[in-house]
Design a protein around this ligand. Structure first.
Ligand SMILES: [Zn+2]
Length: 391
C-alpha cells in the first residue's frame, strides 16, 4: 500500500515500552511490521537498511484514539459551528496511528457514508482508521440499512454510536437501547468484530442507568458497551468505577487544554487509583475535532470549544510527570487497552514481533519526536514529513 524509501529501518538503542518495560533494545522494521526486537541486531551486508539512532529516546506503540470526529462534529450553534474535517497531519503529529471516527449530534448534514470515505482516505494516506456507524440518535443512521449489516459487512465499522443522559440524545427507552445492543452484538459475531456500543454519556442525572437497565433486563453482556465521557463529573466517574467493577469497560475523555487541565488529570488519576479498579478496562480518547458546547442549567448554549487530538499525548505526559501513574500504566490507556477493546491487539497497541510498525518515539521529556505508521516515518523532530493529499 505505502511506498517506503527503505524496506528496512533499524531503530538503534531505544528504551522500549511495549507498553510494559522491555529495556534498551534495537527494533528492526521490515516493510510495515516489527520484524525483530533484541540487543545489538546485526544487519546482513546484502540489506539496505536505514539506521536511526534512538538512544536516550523512548520507543512506544503508536497511540490509538477511539473517539475522534474525523469529519467534524458540532453544529449545535447552527451551521457556522460545524467543525471542519480533521487534517491527516493533525493526527500524525499527535502520535495517533490508529483512529476510530464517530458522528455526534448532527446526523442531518453528516452521514456515515461521508465518515466512511474519510476513514478510507486516512487509510490510503497511511493511518489505520475505523469508525462507528450511527450517531447520537435512534433509529441509527447506517450505510447498509441496519446496524447489524454495517458492522458485519463494512470492514472499517467496529461498532455503533448512541447517546444517553443528554438533552441532545433521542432519549432512548431501555428496550430501544437493548435492541441496538443486540444488533451490534450479532453484527459483531457475524463480522468477527467487537460490535462495540459506544455510548456518549451526557450531563444528565441518570448517567449510566440506561445501560445498567439493559444489562439487568436482558442477556446482553456488560462488555458490549463502551460508555465515554465518563469522567465528566465526579458522580459519573464514581458510577463508571462501579461499572468496571461489574466487568464493564469505560472510556475517559482527555481533559482539553485549559488552565485547569493538569488539575483535572490529577483528580481523575487519583480517583482511579484509589478505587483499585483494573486499569486495563479503562481507555482514554481525545474527542478530537468535536465541538465542546457549554450549556447552562436551562440548556442554553453559553460557549463553544473544540476537542484536540493532541490532548492524548498531553495527558500521557501529565499523568507521568505529575507522578500519578508510571509510564507503562499511563501508556496502556492509549495503546494496549484500546487495541484490546477494538479486537486489534494482534497487530496494534503493543510492541511485539509481527505487530504493525506503528511507533511513537518520545524524547526524555515525553515530547513526540518521531512517528512511524506501517513502518513509514510520518513525523520527524516533531514535524510532519508526510502530508495529507490536500495539505
Ligand atoms: Zn464526541
Amino acid at each position: 500500500m505505502m511506498k517506503h524509501s527503505f524496506p528496512f529501518t533499524l531503530l538503534r538503542g531505544g528504551t522500549l515500552y511495549a507498553p510494559q518495560p522491555i529495556g534498551v533494545k534495537d527494533l528492526l522494521i521490515a516493510g510495515d511490521r516489527i520484524a525483530r526486537m533484541g540487543e545489538s541486531i546485526d544487519i546482513p551486508k546484502c540489506l539496505e537498511v536505514s539506521v536511526v539512532d534512538v538512544s536516550k529516546k523512548i520507543v512506544v506503540p503508536g497511540f490509538i484514539d477511539l473517539h475522534v470526529h474525523l469529519i467534524g462534529g458540532g453544529g449545535e450553534a447552527a451551521s457556522a459551528s460545524r467543525v471542519p474535517e480533521i487534517p491527516f497531519t493533525m493526527l500524525s503529529k499527535a502520535g495517533i496511528t490508529t483512529v476510530v471516527g464517530t458522528l455526534g449530534t448532527d446526523n442531518l448534514t453528516r452521514c456515515p457514508q461521508a465518515l466512511l470515505a474519510k476513514v478510507k482516505a486516512l487509510c490510503a494516506e497511511g493511518l489505520s482508521s475505523y469508525m462507528y456507524t450511527g450517531s447520537y440518535h435512534l433509529p441509527s443512521v447506517t450505510i447498509t440499512g441496519s446496524v447489524k449489516g454495517d458492522i458485519a459487512l463494512v470492514e472499517e465499522i467496529v461498532g455503533v454510536k448512541v447517546a444517553i443522559s443528554d438533552h441532545r440524545s433521542s432519549q432512548p427507552a431501555v428496550a430501544e437501547l437493548a435492541r441496538l445492543a443486540s444488533e451490534a452484538r450479532v453484527g459483531g459475531m457475524l463480522g468477527g468484530k467487537p460490535g462495540i456500543v459506544h455510548v456518549h454519556v451526557g450531563e444528565g442525572s441518570h448517567g449510566l442507568d440506561p445501560i445498567l437497565a439493559v444489562i439487568e433486563q436482558t442477556e446482553i453482556p456488560i462488555g458490549q458497551f463502551l460508555p465515554t465521557h465518563v469522567a465528566r463529573s465526579a458522580s459519573l466517574l464514581k458510577q463508571g468505577i462501579e461499572f468496571v467493577k461489574q466487568g464493564g469497560y469505560i472510556d475517559i475523555t482527555a481533559p482539553r487544554d485549559s488552565l485547569k487541565w493538569e488539575e483535572e488529570i490529577l483528580s481523575i488519576a487519583q480517583t482511579l487509583q484509589e478505587s483499585g479498579i483494573d486499569l486495563s478496562r479503562v481507555t482514554i480518547s481525545s474527542d478530537g475535532n468535536g465541538s465542546l458546547p457549554q450549556f447552562d442549567k436551562k440548556g442554553a448554549l453559553i460557549g463553544m470549544a473544540t476537542g484536540d487530538v493532541a490532548s492524548l499525548g498531553r495527558t500521557l505526559k501529565g499523568l507521568v510527570k505529575s507522578g500519578s501513574l508510571p509510564l507503562p500504566q499511563a501508556l496502556q490507556l492509549i495503546t494496549s487497552n484500546p487495541a484490546n477493546r477494538l479486537g486489534l491487539s494482534a497487530v496494534k497497541g503493543h510492541l511485539w514481533e509481527g505487530a504493525d510498525a506503528d511507533l511513537v518515539i518520545l524524547d526524555e521529556d515525553l515530547r513526540i519526536d518521531k512517528v512511524f505508521a506501517h513502518g513509514r516515518l510520518l513525523v520527524d523532530v516533531g514535524e510532519a514529513v508526510v502530508r495529507g493529499t490536500f495539505e
